[in-house]
Ligand binder design. Sequence first.
Ligand SMILES: CC(C)(COP(=O)(O)OP(=O)(O)OC[C@H]1O[C@@H](n2cnc3c(N)ncnc32)[C@H](O)[C@@H]1OP(=O)(O)O)[C@@H](O)C(=O)NCCC(=O)NCCS
Length: 423
Amino acid sequence: MVIDLPGITLRPAQDADLNQVVSLERLCFAPTQSDADIQQAWFSQGLNRPGRQQMLALDAASGEAIGTYAQLDLQIFLEGQDLPAKGIAGLAVAPHRRGQRVARFLIEQSLKAFQAAGQQGNGSPVPLVMLYPFRHAFYRRLGWAWVGRVHQYAVAPESIPAYPERHNVVPYQAETHEQALYDTYLRSASRHNGWLRRQVLQWEMRLRPEPGKVIYCYEEAGKLLGYVILQFGQTGDRCTTVSILEWVAVNVDAYRGILGFLSSLRDQVSTIFWNTYPEDPFPHLLEEQRQAHTHAPLFSIVPPFGQIGGGFMWRLVDLAAAFRLRPVHAGPPFILTFQVRDPILGNQTITANFTAGRMHPVSQPVPAVVTTSIEHLTEMFCGMRRPTELLWTREIEFEGDRALLQRLEAAWQCIPPFCWDVF
Ligand SMILES: CC(C)(COP(=O)(O)OP(=O)(O)OC[C@H]1O[C@@H](n2cnc3c(N)ncnc32)[C@H](O)[C@@H]1OP(=O)(O)O)[C@@H](O)C(=O)NCCC(=O)NCCS
């Protein structure tokens, strides 16, 4: 059910709103810092940037700013195609207005605006909205699906093979490597689901100098083929750790080079936190399948190996646009109707003709019908969950020839998304 808060208005923030936004951000994210610090650290280039629009909620009667968040313009790769998407970042509600459904109201309003953009032809359609939730349950009620998984292996560098390709790893130097690093990332991003086609804003955040953050590149004959961004840290008095913020390798030599380089840190570093996507072969290459420096078993006699993170969420908005853009595995053509429950944007029916590696929305419904929530449709669409599994758990319903559901499963089969960028 959509809520209505008549006393609150939501609009794009302007330069004149800077002080109010800074004050809200401080109260919500860094209450021990000063407004001046926040302004310098987060808004030194102003509130709005290309690809980033700050939004502001005001109490209509008093004009007081009570909530804010940023809308990001994103391009997200899925099966080799980049989908235009919106990101929602830094949702914040003034402490004295919490628990009054202000946050929920803001998210609902932004979803409706994204939907209207495509419908009225006064903007580009928004197939997808991505965010990192403060709580998954809050956004699940609004139609988002948890699709972003992170695996973090916490291993001793001694467990990582000292591959000889490590000798091709060199420190990053902006003058020589910057453009090649962008190109290498893009080459790899277009082959992975969920990675962003990065804009200036995302690159600024990724390469921003920070204490303990360093970049190493893998080069062959002067050509950059991979890189790793590391964050050094300290646990206790002497133990130095390294956390992987991002690794990119366009071929196996670069991958082995990065691993070999990490292995060579064994005299300085006690634990490597290798953050990655679940399909990464990393755990199989290690000499020891266990977490560094721990003896407590995880389950019976089984040692721990790392941690799993429940990360970002996606939500389909403009279904026709999303269906048109997403490539599917080619197979015999078939047609399915989807009846989609959407608590915020209204229930919808969409019929798609799966043919020649694409989905074409058609106007005439067919008797083979998948009945699903928007959340489960999003899960299936991005390969996070299989239609037959969702039918088995009774999270979706299906009427018609079961063979068609199998075809849907084959058409949408893909590696679920992963993303290095956090916002
Ligand atoms: C998170 C935040 C934006 C929520 O704002 P809010 O206006 O109080 O949220 P709402 O009133 O719309 O809450 C909606 C629902 O979420 C629940 N909820 C809100 N914040 C919650 C929290 N921190 N923990 C658990 N539940 C929470 C509410 O109980 C409510 O549930 P209901 O619909 O069943 O009643 C606000 O607490 C905040 O600004 N926090 C600090 C900044 C932050 O952490 N932002 C998120 C980072 S991305």
